[in-house]
Design a binder for this molecule. Sequence first.
Ligand code: AMP
Ligand code: ZN
Length: 463
Amino acid sequence: MQKIFLYNTASRKKEELKPIVGGKVGIYSCGPTVYWNQHIGNMYSYISWDVLVRVLKYLGYEVKQVMNLTDVGHLTSDGDSGDDKMEKGALREGLSVWEIAKKYEEQFFESEKLLNINRPDVVCSATQHIPEQIELIKKIEKNGMTYVISDGVYFDTSKFPDYAKFANLKLEEIKDTDRNEISKEKRNLSDFALWKFSPKDGTKRQMEWDSPWGVGFPGWHIECSAMSTKYLGEVFDIHTGGIDHIPVHHTNEIAQGYGAFGHQTANYWIHNAFVVGKGGTKMSKSLGNLFLASELKDVGVNPLAYRYMVLNSHYRKGLEFSVDGLKVANIAYEKLVRLINEWNDGGKINDSYKKEFEEKIADDLAMPEVMALVWKLTKDETVKNEDKKATLLDFDKVLGLNLGKSIEEVIPDEIYQLAKERTEAKIAKDWAKADTLREKIKTMGYLVEDFKNDCKIRKLVLS
Ligand code: AMP
Ligand code: ZN
């Protein structure tokens, strides 16, 4: 079996993957907080772990992937104060928290579908696992690592000597940014909530449960400790998430593991870097670079062109996103699909390319090198076209780019609108307007062909 190497944040080194049970790998992936849309920056994370699962399966492993949906307890401040993001989302939209959860779960799975991300074997939500979270807190309490203050049950991080190790934290430099009653009551500023009490002023939370400590709701981190160990065992192989999770969420999950079981729960912690705007700027709606997967077609690209773009970056390096870059990726992606679809079926997989492919995917998911290999193969005159096709369709089990399907034309709504106006102009016999609109559509890269009282729109092929 091909040896697999992954960069483990816990050791800051590339390590050989040695599964607990030979040939089987358990993966827990931190999933979305379903209080708002997941944008293509978030989706970078899920594409990366989809590729990881596909790589493991391609190389012959049996994989069980578990992913959570955070639908309670993720507060706006990492210091365990502020609002619950879910309740905030509900207020924003005039819906109940449960409706918000459902709405954004659907948006998330719709985005996953558009980007060809396979559904994990287990998808579990925090609100469906309250008893498991309470049980875990009880274990940590029994081991003497908790204390209760006015707003909840807290983990005493001073009881876990290695607390700072995972993220190389400088605990003495942590500042009391919240400066409120809770932070004054905490024994250490790094302590975090395991269970929060409902407000004492009588305001009723939409989500709250009974517990041995009082009515309230779980802290954000305990759900991942409870659900990962429930579905994968007290120790499992791989835990994934974005780099933003290293200093708080995953550091706290590791502490909870020690608190409850006395040992680490995951052997390999792997993290994706971020998608940023031009020059490293944050992705934001006001900069015009924050997209949803469902909006990709509005700029005239196939949603899988974004997946193609992600594959050309390395998950630990992240991606500098721009619409221009996305359009270039779309041209390359469509060219690749068209090329493959021109070749005959019935070829054989090329062994030497397959070997190189396996080495690259097993080397900490070196996908940019894999993409270079893909293009090298398309141009290799010593390999028959039908063999190229067979080899690339085999690689596509990992790439997930639907290389064997013909390209679906993506027509942006704006073009549809102009074409509709043109048809109306034609019906009204306003030929001059119809011609102007046809030209306008053409300069935007599309061709309208008349068809009775309707028309067909085609994308102009650029190269
Ligand atoms: P959230 O719903 O905020 O918990 O985020 C879901 C996931 O998306 C987390 O694993 C984050 O690390 C990840 N994430 C958020 N923003 C970005 C970004 N711009 N690029 C890559 N990953 C991101
Ligand atoms: Zn998590």
